[in-house]
Design a protein around this ligand. Sequence first.
Ligand code: ZN
Length: 454
Amino acid sequence: MESRKLHFASALTSQGWQEDVTVAVDAAGLITSVESSSRAGERVPGIAIPAMPNVHSHSHQRLMIGLAERAGPGADSFWTWRETMYGFALRLSPDDLEAVAAQLYVEMLKSGFSVVGEFQYLHHQPDGTPYDNPAEMSLRCMAAAEQSGIGITLLPTLYAFGGFGGQPPVEGQRRFINDAERFLGIYERLEAESKGHALRRVGISPHSLRAVTPELLREEIAGIAPDAPIHIHVAEQVKEVDDCLAFFGKRPVEMLMAEFDVSDRWTAIHATHITVRETSALALSGAIVGLCPTTEANLGDGIFPAVDFMKARGAIAIGSDSHISVSPAEDLRMLEYSQRLRDRTRNALAGEPGQSTGRTLFEAACKGGALSMRQPVGAIEVGKRCDIAVLDSDHPSLIGRSGDAALDTWIFSGGSPCVKDVFVAGRHVVRDRHHISEEQIAARFRAAIGRLSS
Ligand code: ZN
């Protein structure tokens, strides 16, 4: 791509809100200058904000949105939902996964995300036999990212056991399971595919403390790049906390902190059920908490102590996880509302008096998300990648709004329909609410749904 200049009437830069901002982008898609009071570039109408990293995705779960919202014969829970999800996961072919992921990534881009953290645990054929290329399914997610133009941090999942203490996996988990050596083989192939690719990074995702033992995880960490990100589901469910306590005599986050050198290389996904002591220890460690507020609400997980965690300067990021909703605005709104409903307050996460809740949450999730994904994004500033979302200042919700009021209105009311354009590495992938490959990707998605429902 050629170097180019983009001119926005208004932009949220790392210097705050600025008017008439010209952003210069080099051939690699990195920002080389940000000038205010300058109309030098190609004019893009609207309000420019950093595009958001989405740190937690299981692409295949996009297939079951809306299909688990009916009361079952017994009490519905996360665990009954998981049975439905396993049913879908067992049928998906590599072509199906690629088609579903590409559709999902288009939806992410159109809502204002520019990077996805793919926590990918469907490794093998439906009967559990590895594909000829053991990284086949993860490579399909990479291919889907390429087709859509989104940045991707691929986090192949290490899943070895069915429960705490090395219990054997259940039937529904047979596509997920690897031993140490086979897993590292997958990681290495993905690393090789990412070398020199500006939009790709690779890390690992030990599924949970249920699915790995500390010894196994230590062995894997020794085998990966020293700065590769590590994501883990932790303390999402009360049952998981109880089982961990019964087995190890420690709660999951407590256990993680005791066994590993937890730092900003780590992202704790959910961390819903944590004590006051775990909250401050996790914040101090520098680890990012990857919150998925609409999925956590949909699954009835519980409420993360975000007020205490953010007061302790803990780093947060957001993810769409099961994709029941794919929108940075909706997830940030749900996060704030969960705290308001629990505490019967307003503006629970705004920080200092007078600060905008939307702005505080948005900037925190951009910063934590970039760190979690290990990608140079999340801010409009020199040296970052030119990943920018543009809100439509002519959308009825945003008319007469500017600065923090526009951001608050988008997050608390307007949502995805307000996102008009999205750039990834300076490439205009969503133009006037239309993704550049939308029709082809949707056609392949429709064909995959046809195959899966026949
Ligand atoms: Zn998850």
